[in-house]
Write a protein that binds this ligand. Structure first.
Ligand code: NAP
Length: 417
């Protein structure tokens, strides 16, 4: 629980339209960079006022993402390079909540509205926002990672364009859990790869945050996917989510690139990657048209090798390392494509959210933790002990609150739950 003297997150003394002066927030500071369990600390901090076209939202629940594992570690870059004007970092790039105060110029939202928040920010004045894509704007930042004032606090400050109506069939914690990873997976597969019925897809980390949504998107689109996982329990989850099959990566540990391999070691590694490719084909009936990548250094050479000629490797991260190397002959001779992708624009977020409202895609929740669980949740993620998503109750006093309609709600990630 919060330290003595700090309010619990569920107690708010003011009505929508009025902000309190101070709030409780989980804060990362530069001098505390390190393991998440120590880097996150509870502090009392001034509540920000909304500026023009901004909104302050009372956070009811917050979603946990890998980006604030990176923020805590201070790697590969310090988040303070992205927001040098603040000496605190309040992380958190997913939330459900209640609009509490709107800034000048906001017309679409009012205090009391129930919302979820997508995490892309960009300046209204950048021309890219109005023609190309907000993700291309020079001002583009991920809220709660490249900015402070994220969702691990009683109140969060966001741009009005980040708000999406909360799906009524979801509880606060379910609604907070999915945005960042689901919207990222949606852009990667639907927009970047033009996923179609009949496509065959290989998904790394299929039981993780991105993976559970990539898997569901494939099933919804009529594509066949194989999920790569590291345990049988995770394999059961991805099968439940609609994967045609799964591969336990521990059976092919030798395919992982470490870097600096000798020619003999590289030959051996390649041999295991070839066996892995055969296992993928056995499940899918052919090589994948699309490989869904975020693991990076360890898996990228295998991804480029196993994808079909003219196929696409779409990548949004390099968790095991961003200095990728691979045999480029497999790329050019077989005319494969590598596509970089990063989060999503507001329109894609809204389109993707319609599938949540329809119950076609469902949040996949592993744990809901109290407000005191923010540091622990990130440590669990860092240690790869989770499946699907973790949510944090902030303003919501207990689980299950906030539903206004009937609907299927979240899938529980714990197999058998
Ligand atoms: P996550 O929930 O931790 O899932 C990642 C999965 O990757 C894990 O479940 C794990 O599955 C697998 N994995 C971990 N280490 C691996 C290794 N050495 N080899 C193969 N697989 C490994 O994380 P996430 O939310 O999906 O995010 C994944 C990465 O994408 C993070 O780096 C995150 O920051 C990034 N990301 C980027 C964007 C963007 O917009 N650019 C958006 C979302 C996330 P198994 O152990 O079961 O194999």
């Amino acid at each position: 629980m919060p330290s003595a003297g700090l309010r619990t997150a569920a107690e708010i003394q003011v009505e929508p339209g009025t902000l309190p002066q101070r709030m409780t927030a989980w804060v990362i500071r530069e001098e505390r960079f390190g393991e998440p369990i120590d880097a996150f600390q509870l502090e009392e901090i001034a509540v920000p006022e909304p500026g023009a076209l901004e909104v302050v939202v009372r956070v009811m629940a917050a979603g946990v993402n890998y980006n604030n594992v990176w923020a805590a570690l201070g790697k590969p870059v310090s988040v303070f390079r992205s927001h040098p004007d603040e000496d605190h970092h309040i992380g958190g790039s997913d939330a459900s909540g209640i609009v509490w105060k709107v800034g000048p110029g906001v017309t679409r939202w009012k205090p009391g509205d129930e919302v979820v928040i997508h995490c892309n920010q960009a300046s209204y004045e950048d021309p890219e926002v109005h023609g190309l894509d907000p993700m291309a704007a020079p001002s583009q930042k991920i809220w709660g990672y490249e900015t402070s004032w994220g969702s691990f606090a009683e109140f969060t400050r966001v741009q009005a364009q980040q708000l999406i109506e909360k799906p009524g069939a979801l509880s606060w914690e379910e609604a907070a859990s999915y945005g960042l990873v689901y919207f990222t997976a949606y852009r990667m597969l639907i927009d970047q790869c033009e996923l179609q019925a009949g496509h065959k897809v290989l998904i790394w980390g299929a039981a993780g945050g991105l993976g559970v949504f990539a898997t569901q998107l494939c099933a919804a689109a009529g594509a066949q996917c194989v999920g790569v996982v590291s345990s049988e329990e995770k394999g059961e989850l991805v099968t439940k989510l609609g994967a045609k099959g799964y591969i336990n990566r521990n059976d092919f540990a030798g395919m992982m690139r470490k870097g600096g391999e000798s020619p003999a070691e590289e030959k051996e590694r390649f041999g295991v990657a070839r066996q892995f490719g055969k296992a993928v084909k056995e499940i899918l009936g052919d090589a994948p048209d699309i490989v869904f990548e975020h693991v990076g250094k360890a898996t990228f050479p295998t991804s480029v090798f196993v994808v079909k000629p003219f196929g696409k490797v779409v990548i949004c991260a390099g968790t095991t390392g961003f200095d990728l190397d691979f045999d480029v002959r497999y790329l050019w001779m077989r005319q494969k494509q590598i596509i970089g992708s990063h989060f999503a624009n507001a329109y894609q977020c809204h389109k993707a959210n319609e599938l949540i409202e329809q119950g076609v895609i469902r949040p996949v929740l592993w744990r809901t933790m109290g407000f005191d669980g923010v540091a622990k949740a990130h440590q669990l993620m860092r240690d790869n002990e989770h499946l699907g998503k973790i949510s944090i109750l902030v303003g919501a006093e207990t689980e299950g609150l906030g539903r206004t309609e009937d609907g299927p709600g979240a899938i529980m990630a714990e197999v058998g739950a």
